[in-house]
Design a binder for this molecule. Structure first.
Ligand code: UD1
Ligand code: CA
Length: 504
């Protein structure tokens, strides 16, 4: 949707809107100049979740509900025009979203959605923040709302010159939601919003639900908040009652249907939350597939919303891609791997069952099966980190290999290095961590222990089974083990002696 064009069309007054030329299109970069602010209701406890965690901090798609809503709001106005209404576990909620730069409005006692907006009104009265002409109200527990939809509701609100514009939907089962009653079918005008428990018998079948997302003329809203009453089934101040009050005063209240039902579904129970989670992850998988990524059995994969994957990369079933993970083109992540906050280059192969957290993997590297790359593992181009190898805070140069059963922690490893099976760095003395430095082209024999701090010079060799406690100069061989003693015939003699003892 071309929001910029639409606003231009509906307002006919470009001085009111912030537009920027980009190609032949005109696009709104900010609605600040149109006088919009956004209030997000996030103070409720979420009793129906039966959880200690505040509802808006429950996660779907790997992010708190409220984070999703703030992200959508941020596409419309800058963070300092977003007012988050917090109350239940306010400190926890604030701490979780403070980095976004939004403002907070305190609602100590949660006496309903109408009461939440009363707090916003009070905040504007004392804060000195300029009163916005239009106030968009979002619900912290309706997280799939898309920026396009927020734009559409603002557009309609301006076009209709409405006092209140309500975003609605028609889900399969409307039970539990407030219902939006229109003046006549097909018309934009609304008579009232009726909560589930207040529905008259003939209204029970009305299918159009209130999403909990609205656009208001701020002055008209604020003028009516003090007249709300708690004379209803929940004994709360219902924001939804404002609709009928405005209609009674001859103001225009209109509704617009969301394009997809899913994006306005609320999350009142864990089951509903997981339904949204599945919807969001499927949407993420679809986005990636549309960009040329192959995802086998996407319904089995857990992919967070911000994950980026390049074209021609293949994701096998039961893979998790979490957090800020980025994967380049033509890579492959095999089944049962969990990749979190990691960056993988092009043509990388992650074999089955790998666990990556905070790792940086260069092009053409091969990992696993069952490799564990912990934070600050930097794997060089074409390097191999094989079965049951654990790395932590390691830089591994181009083409180096640690293929079997290694622990490599706090190490700088050059290019073309071969770390033999079972070799490990001893990086911890019980108090401090120490560095192991391994030069280019070093060969570390199997089952060696490198006791840090220690340096192996370029091209040096470490004999298998060595315990290396001293630096090894470039080009030398280090043997840190006792010499082999072989006793010919010893085993046969012992066997004979044992047999004789047994028979005596
Ligand atoms: C609300 C609407 C209902 C709509 C539904 C959509 C009312 C009265 N009803 O019902 O018509 O169909 O949303 O999801 O508004 N909150 C506060 N302070 C409070 C109470 C709630 O900030 O005192 C916040 C909650 O944290 C939540 C949002 O407002 O994010 C909605 O509250 P909730 O109690 O979930 O309302 P619903 O019963 O879902
Ligand atoms: Ca709700």
């Amino acid at each position: 949707m071309l929001f910029g064009e639409a606003v231009e069309r509906v307002t006919g007054n470009l001085t009111k809107v912030g537009v920027v030329r980009c190609g032949r299109r005109e696009k709104i970069t900010t609605m600040e100049k149109t006088g919009f602010a956004i209030a997000i209701m996030a103070a409720g406890k979420g009793t129906r979740l039966k959880s200690k965690r505040p509802k808006v901090l429950h996660e779907i798609g790997g992010q708190a509900l409220l984070r999703h809503v703030i992200a959508a709001a941020r596409t419309v106005v800058p963070a300092d025009r977003i007012y988050c209404i917090v109350g239940h576990e306010a400190d926890r909620v604030k701490a979780a979203v403070a980095p976004t730069g939004v403002k907070f409005v305190m609602q100590e006692e949660q006496r309903g959605t109408g009461h939440a907006l009363q707090m916003v009104k009070a905040y504007f009265a004392i804060s000195g923040d300029a009163l916005p002409e239009h106030l968009l109200v979002l619900s912290g527990d309706v997280p799939l709302i898309r920026p396009e939809t927020i734009a559409a509701i603002c557009e309609l609100h301006l076009a209709e010159r409405a006092a209140m514009t309500i975003l609605t939907a028609v889900p399969q089962d409307p039970t539990g939601y407030g219902r939006v009653l229109r003046v006549r079918e097909g018309g934009a005008e609304v008579t009232a919003i009726v909560e589930q428990k207040s529905l008259a018998p003939d209204q029970l079948s009305s299918p159009e639900i209130n999403s909990g997302i609205y656009c208001f003329e701020t002055k008209e809203l604020f003028a009516r908040l003090d007249s709300l009453s708690t004379n209803n089934a929940h004994g709360e101040y219902y924001l939804t009652d404002v609709a009928a009050m405005m209609v009674a005063d001859g103001l225009r209240v209109v509704a617009v249907k969301a394009e997809s039902v899913d994006e306005v579904l609320g999350a009142n129970t864990i089951a509903e939350m997981m339904h949204l989670d599945a919807a969001m992850r499927l949407a993420t998988a679809r986005r990636l597939m549309a960009q040329g990524v192959t995802i086998f059995r996407p319904e089995t994969c857990v992919i967070d919303a911000q994950v980026e994957v390049g074209a021609d990369t293949v994701i096998e079933p039961y893979v998790q891609l979490l957090g800020a993970t980025k994967i380049g083109v033509e890579s492959r992540v095999r089944s049962y791997s969990v990749v979190q906050n990691s960056t993988l280059g092009d043509g990388v192969l992650v074999r089955n069952g790998c666990v990556l957290d905070g790792a940086l993997v260069s092009d053409l590297a091969v990992l696993g099966p069952y490799a564990h790359l912990r934070p600050e593992s930097r794997i060089g181009e074409g390097a191999h980190v094989g079965n049951f190898v654990e790395t932590k805070k390691v830089t591994m140069g181009k083409g180096s290999k640690a293929n079997h059963l290694n622990y490599l922690g706090d190490a700088v490893i050059g290019a073309g290095v071969n770390i033999g099976a079972g070799a490990i760095t001893c990086n911890y003395d019980g108090v401090h961590k120490h560095l192991t430095t391994i030069g280019d082209g070093v060969f570390v024999g199997s089952d060696s222990t490198l006791v840090a701090p220690v340096t192996l010079g370029d091209g040096s060799y470490v004999a298998a089974g060595s315990c290396i406690t001293e630096d090894v100069p470039a080009g030398s061989l280090a043997l840190g083990r006792s010499r082999q003693v072989t006793k010919p015939g010893w085993a046969a003699k012992r066997r004979t002696a044992m047999e004789a003892k047994k028979n005596s």
